[in-house]
Design a protein around this ligand. Structure first.
Ligand SMILES: NC(=O)c1ccc[n+]([C@@H]2O[C@H](COP(=O)([O-])OP(=O)(O)OC[C@H]3O[C@@H](n4cnc5c(N)ncnc54)[C@H](OP(=O)(O)O)[C@@H]3O)[C@@H](O)[C@H]2O)c1
Length: 228
């Protein structure tokens, strides 16, 4: 049985990725920053006969990431798939109007977190393991607009981290990729979004379970490579 750890997975796309990978017989490590919400989400997976455990992790806090890694070590497991899914979108204003705290919070939650989570969990990622960063079209230079500027900057930085870790981990046969889920009906995407959570989760699930391990350092949407 393969093991997958997903960050920010108590709801939305992250929870759906857990559900779909669980149905594919993955052992799920569901992480979230809120214990109650995380445990409730794990209970929902267990009701569907999915093998799942909860670990508390606030990805924007290095100590919390370190504590989560220590909890994971106690399980005596290795990781086959790590999915950096946790994210926030809190700015919908011009870059010259956004306040510093919101900008910094966005950068820590959406980008610096990816650096910490990979650095801490890397020693326990298996050869031929996979790291998947849940990015966004808003983080692509080829698609970027002035909607949610700090979110865009943070996802562009996440994409750069994908490239850097893919170079560094090529010799270990660990594939590192970014995915854009499209516009998805979640608390973040809103009710008018064009895609269901099932559709939004598909790309990450495909990369985690089916895609060729040679595919690394790339950006995907709908199982196809897209421009950075
Ligand atoms: N929905 C879209 O249209 C869309 C489009 C492109 C990319 N994405 C990306 O897809 C990912 C999932 O988004 P979603 O639509 O599922 O959003 P969502 O429903 O708002 O879920 C976001 C998740 O991230 C968690 N989170 C936020 N900050 C965290 C932190 N510091 N530590 C740990 N967990 C944290 C949230 O936990 P709480 O419940 O505790 O807040 C929640 O579980 C995000 O990275 C987002 O940027 C979404």
């Amino acid at each position: 049985m393969k093991t997958a750890l997903i960050t920010g997975a108590n709801k939305g796309i992250g929870f759906e990725v857990c559900r779909q990978l669980g149905e594919k017989n993955f052992h799920i490590i569901l992480t979230a920053r809120n214990k109650e919400r995380g445990l409730t989400a794990v209970d929902k997976l267990k009701e569907n006969d999915i093998n799942a455990e909860f670990i508390l992790m606030d990805v924007s806090n290095e100590e919390s990431v370190s504590n989560a890694f220590n909890k994971f070590k106690e399980l005596n497991l290795k990781l086959d798939v790590l999915i950096n899914n946790a994210g926030i979108l809190i700015d919908k204003t011009s870059i010259i109007e956004i306040d510093t705290e919101a900008f910094v919070n966005t950068m820590f939650t959406n980008s610096v977190s990816v650096f910490w989570v990979i650095k801490y969990f890397l020693p326990l990622i298996n050869d031929k393991g996979r790291i998947i960063n849940m990015s966004s079209g808003l983080g692509a230079f080829s698609e970027m607009s002035n909607y949610a500027p700090s979110y865009s900057v943070s996802k562009a930085a996440m994409n750069a981290l994908t490239k850097q870790f893919s170079f560094a981990l090529e010799s270990k046969n660990i594939a590192v990729n970014s995915v854009s889920p499209g516009w998805v009906r979640t608390d973040m995407g809103g009710a008018n979004a064009s895609r269901s959570v099932e559709e939004g989760a598909d790309n990450a699930v495909w990369l985690a379970s089916e895609a060729d391990i040679q595919l690394t350092g790339k950006f995907f949407r709908d199982r196809k490579e897209i421009e950075w």
